[in-house]
Design a protein around this ligand. Structure first.
Ligand SMILES: [Zn+2]
Length: 187
């Protein structure tokens, strides 16, 4: 079932997510709903806070239309598993470390900020440990779009939003729209 998105101004977006302790059928339903919502909204990632739930859960799907169009490196549990075998991916209780602290600048959007785009500088590559819907541990190593997407979503799980790290000039450009959004979603 598709769930309603939360927009900037809703205090849940500033809440740090609680650790998931119970890996039951409710969790699986929630994650299925998050996948459906992400696809319906045409996003490549979604954090639980974006549907009003402050928990350490996010989903990502950065598969390009064709296999030949994958422009990032990754490994899943140390192997070059095809993306189709583990995406859409649910990331629960993630712990991320930066494996290349050099940063790259790239334009991002966010489903909680409709029509707002801006450049965000992020580490080039990461290693992320997380649990799946059964509570099993996995590690994903990634650079490029996959690293960026995971970092954006993990920020959400800690109440951090892309406007916090957006390049000043882009923030300035979007300021009026951001303020309007905040006003209309405060209550
Ligand atoms: Zn976002």
């Amino acid at each position: 079932m598709e769930r309603a998105l939360t927009y900037y101004g809703n205090p849940v977006l500033r809440q740090k997510g609680d650790t998931v302790e119970t890996f039951d059928s409710d969790l699986k339903t929630l994650i299925r709903d998050m996948f459906e919502t992400m696809y319906a909204e045409e996003g490549i990632g979604l954090a639980a806070q974006q549907i009003g739930i402050a928990q350490q859960i996010c989903v990502v799907d950065v598969r390009p239309p064709k296999e030949s169009e994958i422009h990032f490196n990754y490994s899943y549990d140390g192997k070059s598993t095809p993306l189709d075998l583990f995406m859409p991916l649910a990331i629960i209780n993630p712990q991320v470390s930066l494996t290349d602290t050099n940063e790259s600048l790239y334009q991002e959007g966010c489903l909680s900020f409709p029509n707002i785009l801006g450049d965000v500088s992020r580490a080039k590559s990461i290693s992320c440990q997380f649990q799946d819907t059964d509570g099993n541990s996995h590690t994903i190593e990634a650079d490029g779009l996959l690293a960026r997407c995971i970092l954006h979503e993990i920020d959400h799980l800690n109440g951090i939003l892309f406007i916090d790290t957006m390049e000043k000039k882009d923030l300035q450009k979007n300021l009026t729209r951001i303020k309007q959004l905040k006003r209309s979603h405060k209550s």
